[in-house]
Design a protein around this ligand. Structure first.
Ligand code: G1P
Length: 309
């Protein structure tokens, strides 16, 4: 089985930080976000991994190289225009060839190993397994209807969900998915949806199964969810990287990147990027900060001050 990780998004919800640092490279608990994907591939015995990149290709290649430092062998492909997840997957087709592959959405972080799902896919001889999780607000997601252990219907962000099972950002496919991707039409939001491709697979009569996941699942794409993931991965504690200097009272949920300087009265529930230089007279609360910053007080803010060098 091969791995494909989608990492081409612009990360607009984390601007301006993601203008400077590509979202997959943003540190969470002082490791790059995409390393959590590599960890999961490792647990599943997957070493051949394709990263679908966008405008930040060069920064990604510089940071990740051939992947050997992370236990994976990386191939990069460039998604030329952002037209949806199924469109992005299409760029990995040559890399995947006739193999099975695990598709991992680059924003996702899981608290539990995904290895049991790779085993389930193989044991059941499925054409596709989709990680699903029961959620309170299924309308925000792709939603699966399950009958007798099979997915019988999938709808992307339904107005009236038939179940509470959300598509949770990890999919395993056999080669049967490719003709379905070829037949896709753009959705109401103008994207080629992976959910719609899988619905075509269901309609073809192929065995499509749910991988029901009960553990923690985070989508790191917004400030709130980014900080929540950070708190989870640090057990709510405080983490200070090598060579960082902090002159502030530190409360729970604080991560200071290596080489950063932080001067403030108090800092809580915030992430400071490596090498940042942050001077705040009052408190820092609920922030993601990088670069050179001077301010009185910072709350629930994403900010990146240009570095002078
Ligand atoms: C995408 C998928 C959706 C899935 C979600 C998981 O949505 O289209 O089916 O439930 O990821 O995070 P998007 O984040 O692109 O809106």
């Amino acid at each position: 089985m091969k791995g494909v990780v989608l990492a081409a998004g612009k990360g607009t919800r984390l601007f301006p930080v993601t203008r400077a640092v590509a979202k997959p490279l943003l540190p969470i608990a002082n490791r790059m976000t995409i390393q959590y994907a590599f960890d999961q591939f490792g647990r599943c015995g997957i070493s051949d991994v394709c990263v679908v990149v966008g405008e930040s290709e060069e920064q990604m290649r510089d940071a990740l190289g051939d992947g050997s430092r992370f236990g994976v062998d990386l191939t990069y492909v460039r998604q030329t225009t952002p037209k949806g997840l199924a469109h992005a997957v299409g760029f990995a087709r040559e890399f995947v060839g006739d193999d099975d592959f695990m598709l991992y959405l680059g924003d996702a972080v899981y608290g539990e190993s995904l290895a049991p799902f790779a085993a389930q896919f193989q044991e059941q001889g499925a054409a596709n397994l989709n990680l699903v999780k029961a959620v309170d607000d299924p309308k925000r997601f792709g939603v699966a209807t399950v009958e007798d252990g099979r997915i019988v219907k999938l709808v992307e962000k339904p107005a009236e969900p038939e179940s509470n099972l959300a598509m949770a950002g990890m999919y395993i496919f056999g080669p049967q998915i490719w003709p379905c991707i070829d037949r896709l039409e753009p959705s109401a939001r103008g994207e080629y949806e992976i959910t719609d491709a899988i619905q075509l697979l269901v309609e073809s009569g192929a065995l499509v199964i749910p991988g029901v996941y009960d553990g923690e699942w985070f989508d790191t794409g917004t400030l709130d969810s980014f900080l929540e993931t950070s708190r989870f991965l640090t057990d709510g504690g405080v983490l200070v990287g090598d060579g960082a200097t902090v002159s502030a009272q530190m409360a729970a949920g604080v991560v200071i990147g290596s080489g950063a300087t932080v001067v403030a009265n108090r800092i809580e529930n915030s992430v400071i990027l490596p090498d940042a230089d942050v001077h705040v007279t009052g408190d820092i609360r609920g922030c993601l900060l990088g670069g050179r910053i001077n301010a009185d007080q910072l709350e629930n803010t994403i900010r990146y001050g240009e570095m002078l060098e």
